[in-house]
Design a protein around this ligand. Structure first.
Ligand SMILES: [Zn+2]
Length: 273
């Protein structure tokens, strides 16, 4: 990536210049990998966790934990109520998601590794998506009394619509139809272990990359944020698109300060021209 090391602030002219540099890097890429966090989905109306208006300003993190979900019927009832409210108006992919899908179709990106659970990359048309923290599009049986942050269910799995329909029919905390165990979204909660194999798959994809573009993440949540860090250490060019500083700005080859949708769509237009 012939960009040198540069940080571009979110003034319109400089952001445009950053998008141009990113576009040039993507035009040369043959196996780029995008690494995405909550910031790519805020433009779709999904709140992030850590910013000033993020979820943590309104909810307590421990209320989202795996062990609380297992232990407390009230927590599960509240989780389903909130989920039904969120999905009554399903979020839609924004120009950032669509740009990444277009870059994959054009052979510039090999895939996306995401910290998000919203399924918007797939909805935008991305084909290879590694979801580090699972997906809220599905639900699974986690057994009656799973321990140590690991689901221990009977294998029952369904689309989220199944659970929302049960909720609509009056079950505030729908249980497993096969074994009576607890049913939970396949999104990974706090205190829950990542699903087996997912981190390995993401690591393989990132290791084979010729460019890593980290988008909409402050790159602070581990182990996920270790992936772009490892890529940078291995000499893979790293570009960062985020509207606030990240923990890897110092080691990145290019930092573009700006909104993901605007920067990525401008860069994709240039890369695919
Ligand atoms: Zn079950």
């Amino acid at each position: 990536m012939p960009v040198g090391r540069v940080t571009l602030a979110d003034d319109a002219r400089l952001a445009a210049s950053g998008a141009r540099r990113l576009g040039e890097a993507l035009a040369d890429a043959r196996a780029g990998v995008a690494f995405t966090g909550a910031g790519i989905s805020t433009e779709s109306g999904i709140p992030d966790f850590r910013s000033r208006d993020g979820l943590w300003s309104r909810y307590r993190p421990r209320d989202f934990s795996f062990s609380r979900y297992v232990a407390s019927p009230q927590v599960r009832v509240e989780a389903w109520r909130r989920r039904r409210e969120l999905w009554s108006r399903p979020p839609r992919p924004n120009p950032g998601h669509l740009a990444l899908a277009g870059l994959e179709r054009a052979g510039r990106l090999a895939g996306v590794v995401t910290q998000n659970v919203d399924g918007l990359h797939q909805a935008a048309g991305s084909r290879r998506v590694v979801e580090l923290h699972g997906s809220s599009r599905f639900v699974m049986c986690i057994g009656a009394r799973p321990r140590a942050g690991t689901p221990a269910g009977c294998g029952f799995r369904a689309g989220q619509d199944w659970a929302l329909a049960r909720h609509e029919a009056g079950e505030a905390d729908p249980g497993c139809p096969d074994c009576g165990g607890l049913v939970k979204s396949t999104a990974v909660s706090f205190g829950q272990n990542l699903f087996p194999g997912v981190l390995d798959e993401a690591t393989r994809l990132v290791r084979s990359a010729d460019l890593v573009v980290a988008v909409g993440s402050t790159l602070r949540v581990h182990p996920a944020a270790g992936l772009p860090a490892a890529a940078a250490r291995a000499g893979v060019p790293l570009a960062i698109v985020n509207d606030e500083p990240t923990s890897l700005d110092e080691v990145a080859d290019l930092v573009v300060r700006g909104r993901a949708g605007r920067v990525l769509s401008a860069a994709a237009v240039l890369a695919l021209a």
